[in-house]
Design a protein around this ligand. Structure first.
Ligand code: ADP
Length: 475
């Protein structure tokens, strides 16, 4: 059975990149050492011979010329001659055979002369192949001018030693280097990928548990900053998830409770009417009123839930308009007329400065409504509620102050969370769903504003928010 390789695996990719890297390096070495070795060697040699030749031409007619000529002649592999115009050797003279006056091979000399005269420079360098001996030589030539008019020629000849044997040695060495580097990169890539993928696999396994709803897990930190950051983020996410899960459970319990209580009341009063007070008009009306009240409570709860869903859907689209926040507050307060007229609440509005804003009127209406509603809900004997709308710098701040229960310090950070209701046991006989403040938070945040609360337990609370003041561009 063929094994299927997952080409996206970290280990496979690492292995691939390591191999490519090793192959590139080794390939470069082969290319430089073996393929270009000959031409590299040749150009080096040409440079060297040209330098020697140019140097000699410069020294010609100086006192050191002769000395330099002799010392250079002993350098291995270099033959230095000075020839006259017929190709006769002027230097070195064959002292034992002076009469013979050795001469350079005519063909070679003619070739040498024509190249020298054709070249634009004063000197010439070229490579001559000897087919028969399978040898190459570098020839350097330059004209040494004499006063008499008959010039001499500097003729340098250097063998290009074959580099084949060196290349063979290098080939063997490179083969070993290639094998070692391939084995090393294979091994190293395996080790590194194991080391890298281990913590990732750990995080993956823990995340799977998280997905299954286990919030007790803790993502551990390890050797790598990136993975530590990931672990940190996942730990925060786990905490948030578990908090929201807890709140969701609480909410469900609260809502079920809040739904169940009025339903129980409605059922028992309906039974009462059916069995006992059906014919007694006064009693029946009283009982029906209870049923109506409870139905109202239910309607409100359902409305709240609907409102929240609507708000969540509409928050990324704000219908901005210019309006006076103080006027809007007055409108909101009118909705609580019943509380003022019948239940003894007093809501006062204090306004100072320019309170025009550019915001989504209906959403801000909802935010103020929720704050006032809470103030009424959580106030005790002192039923005075003070709403202040004031301008400060570029902002307009609205605050709702009550003299009621206040909030425990332990709870103050959680009340803005969705579904959070004070006293988890749901002891307070207030009909709330724990979404009022989270709505305020979402609305004000969507406007880029600030919100907060200052509260003293038993004394009361001041909830506030600030949004940007409208600045008329013509002012
Ligand atoms: P709800 O009022 O429906 O429970 P909210 O989101 O409006 O939900 O408020 C969350 C919690 O914050 C409340 O359960 C309550 O404990 C606390 N809270 C809100 N407003 C006040 C207030 N004015 N005074 C005291 N506690 C408050």
């Amino acid at each position: 059975m063929a094994i299927k390789i997952d080409k996206n695996r970290l280990s496979y990719k690492l292995w691939k990149y390591f191999m490519i890297f090793a192959l590139i390096i080794v390939g470069l070495l082969w290319l430089l050492q073996i393929v270009f070795m000959n031409s590299f060697y040749e150009s080096m040699k040409i440079k060297e011979i040209s330098k020697i030749g140019d140097n000699l031409v410069e020294m010609y007619k100086t006192e050191e010329f002769q000395e330099e000529l002799i010392s250079l002649s002993f350098k291995q592999g270099i033959v230095i001659n000075i020839l006259d115009q017929y190709g006769n050797l002027i230097y070195p003279l064959d002292i034992f055979d002076i009469i013979k006056q050795p001469k350079l091979n005519e063909k070679l000399f003619n070739d040498f002369l024509s190249r020298l005269y054709l070249s634009q420079e004063n000197s010439v360098v070229y490579v001559v192949e000897n087919e028969r001996l399978k040898e190459s030589t570098i020839v350097y030539g330059a004209i040494l001018e004499n006063d008499s008019g008959s010039n001499y020629f500097l003729y340098i000849n250097s063998m290009l030693q074959p580099v084949d044997s060196t290349i063979n040695i290098l080939k063997n060495q490179l083969l070993i280097v290639t094998i070692i580097s391939l084995v090393l990169s294979f091994g190293l890539s395996l080790i590194i990928s194991k080391k890298l993928s281990k913590p990732i696999e750990k995080v993956t396994n823990l995340s799977k548990e998280l997905a299954l709803g286990n919030y007790e897990i803790e993502f551990e930190k390890g050797e790598y900053t990136e993975i530590d950051n990931l672990a940190n983020t996942l730990n925060i996410a786990t905490k948030e998830l578990s908090k929201s899960e807890e709140l969701r459970r609480d909410f469900l319990a609260n809502v079920t409770h809040d739904l169940k209580t009025p339903l129980t009341v409605i059922k028992s009063y309906s039974e009462l009417i059916r069995d006992i007070s059906g014919n007694d008009e006064i009693k029946r009306t009283k009982n029906v009123n209870v049923i109506i009240e409870e139905t109202d409570k239910l309607t409100k709860l359902v409305d709240d839930l609907l409102e929240l869903t609507k708000l969540q859907a509409g928050l990324n689209r704000l219908d901005l308009e210019i309006f006076d926040l103080a006027n809007l507050t007055e409108e909101v307060v009118k909705r609580f007329k019943y509380y003022e007229e019948e239940l003894g609440y007093k809501i006062e509005i204090i306004k100072s400065g320019d309170t025009i804003v550019f915001a989504d009127k209906s959403k801000i209406h909802q935010a103020i409504y929720n704050l006032v509603n809470n103030a009424i809900n959580y106030t005790t004997e002192n039923k005075l509620i003070t709403i202040t709308i004031e301008e400060n710098n570029q902002l307009v701040t609205l605050s709702v102050l009550d003299r009621g229960l206040g909030i425990d310090n332990d709870e103050i950070n959680y009340i803005w969370d969705r579904y959070y209701r004070s006293g988890k046991s749901h002891i307070r006989e207030k009909s709330g769903s724990g979404i009022g403040l989270s709505m305020v938070k979402s609305i004000i945040s969507a406007h880029g504003g600030e919100y907060g609360v200052e509260s003293t337990l038993g004394k009361g609370s001041k909830f506030y928010f600030s949004i940007k003041k409208y600045i008329n561009p013509d002012d």
